[in-house]
Design a protein around this ligand. Structure first.
Ligand SMILES: Nc1ncnc2c1ncn2[C@@H]1O[C@H](COP(=O)(O)OP(=O)(O)O)[C@@H](O)[C@H]1O
Ligand SMILES: [Mg+2]
Length: 437
């Protein structure tokens, strides 16, 4: 018997997860279910993650501190949640110290950290993209915007936490945003260059895949709701809710592989870019077919909250296959269940909001996952500590059932200023209703 225990112990890993949002809570839940897990460490984590893992206060932008922590705690695998540490070269720092990491290196992270790098790559390797130009001088941007007219899209070149895009309905809006970036320095260095793109029209969807450098395995499809208000109106946010499966992408399986992933893998090979981790392709279904809006180099938030509960395979085994470059030998199993995630936010979000409101009702919720995104603990109470505060995730046999389960339980949760969108999944729910008529 002791032999068996030893074998299992040898085979198990100390895993360090980096991040503190809803995505990381969902990752922590899935990692903690792995038969390969010895112990889960998280930096910095949040109160929800603290219930299932040990959280440590280490600067997520401090590569040396993270490497030292990993050595000190005999970490076998580091899983990086957000994009900032990846763009800051955390994967390179860990690899130099022979520590396995799930997440791309600094060069590969440019697919998200530089919108010009990403669009240039799409153009060069013939991925479905848009017409674009980039500018560092306002008068050049102005000339281009005036020649193209509105609607037109102006984007900050660098990372801007989801706030660096203006889908301008008028030339003046586009010029105002470009001026904000290039002359008034509103986004600092991230906005010292802008990219001006053709405006696309259509429905958006998220396509996430595991990539091991040579091969890819897609995850189940999901659809996020970026706008703050019902009917996909109002200002852009980090994401107000999500559901999976998203049938909108189902008829595109072949196209996703042939027109996006194969040229992507061929392109990185030609350019000598090593890409290991998640590739998140933000898509729009236009009249001319699927077009890429952007790449992200990590799991989506809140897509992860609906994708991972449907994953039946062992997440650590998949992540090791990604890190070791053996993904082609891996089959990933998914459940046929429908998952819905609704984001509960603070009054004022995505603009300014207050923090520190006492959250009530968390213990009354049944049969759904309550994911912590922006919370903190104080003397036994859970307080709001961000714009997106909690995510309620429901799983059911159908999307309408998942929706009613999520919304029934959400009503039990309260704080001064809580709000959420009441129509997550509405496009698919309407399509289902039309089918029944
Ligand atoms: N070319 C485009 N045409 C129409 N809408 C766009 C275009 N590019 C971006 N958007 C809209 O802006 C949102 C944010 O843009 P994205 O490129 O994903 O930047 P980020 O996520 O870094 O803020 C998208 O989800 C989409 O709604
Ligand atoms: Mg985006």
């Amino acid at each position: 018997m002791s032999d068996n225990v030893d074998v299992k112990q040898d085979d198990c890993l100390n895993v360090l997860l980096i991040g503190s949002g809803g995505r990381e809570h969902a990752l922590a839940l899935k990692l903690s279910q792995s038969r390969k897990l010895k112990k889960l460490f998280v930096i910095p984590g949040n109160p929800g993650i603290g219930e299932i893992a040990e959280c440590f206060s280490v600067d997520i932008m401090g590569n040396k501190e993270i490497v030292d922590f990993a050595k000190q705690h005999s970490i076998d695998l580091v899983v990086v949640g957000p994009e900032d540490p990846l763009a800051n070269g955390i994967a390179d720092a860990l690899q130099e110290n022979n520590i396995k990491v799930f997440g791309p290196n600094k060069l590969a992270a440019q697919f998200e950290a530089s919108k010009v790098f990403a669009r240039d790559f799409m153009k060069k390797h013939d991925l479905p993209s848009v017409k674009f130009e980039s500018f560092t001088e306002f008068h050049d941007a102005k000339k281009y915007i005036e020649s193209k007219g509105a609607p037109i899209v102006v984007k900050v070149e660098g990372l801007a936490a989801g706030k660096g895009v203006c889908v301008a309905q008028t030339k003046d809006q586009a010029l105002e945003f470009a001026e904000d970036c290039l002359i008034r320095g509103r986004f600092g260095g991230s906005g010292s260059k802008v990219i001006v793109e053709e405006c696309l029209f259509g429905e958006e969807a998220s396509y996430l895949t595991f990539v091991d450098g040579k091969d890819f395995v897609p995850m189940v499809y999901s659809q996020d709701h970026k706008h703050a208000c019902e009917g996909d109106t109002g200002p852009n946010t980090g994401g107000m809710g999500c559901y999976s499966p998203a049938p909108i992408l189902e008829s595109f399986e072949g196209e996703l592989e042939e027109k996006i992933m194969k040229p992507f893998l061929q392109g990185i090979k030609e350019e000598g870019i090593e890409y290991k981790g998640v590739l998140y392709v933000g898509l729009m279904k236009t009249k001319e077919g699927l077009k890429i809006l952007e790449f992200n180099v990590r799991f989506g938030d809140p897509e992860t909250q609906v994708i991972l509960p449907r994953m039946k395979s062992d997440l650590i085994e998949v992540m090791l296959a990604v890190a070791d470059g053996t993904l082609s030998r891996k089959r990933i199993e998914w459940s046929g269940e429908h998952a819905m995630c609704v984001v509960l936010a603070s009054k004022g979000y995505p603009g300014s909001y207050e923090k520190g409101k006492v959250i009530t009702g968390l213990d009354d919720v049944n049969g759904v996952q309550v994911i912590h995104a922006g919370t903190k603990e104080d003397s036994g109470s859970i307080l709001t500590n961000g714009g997106r505060v909690l995510n309620v995730v429901a799983l059911a046999e159908s999307l309408p059932e998942a929706a009613s389960k999520a919304y029934d339980e959400i009503r039990k949760i309260n704080w001064n200023g809580v709000w959420y969108r009441k129509d997550i999944g509405f496009k698919e729910l309407e399509r289902l209703k039309r089918k029944c008529l």
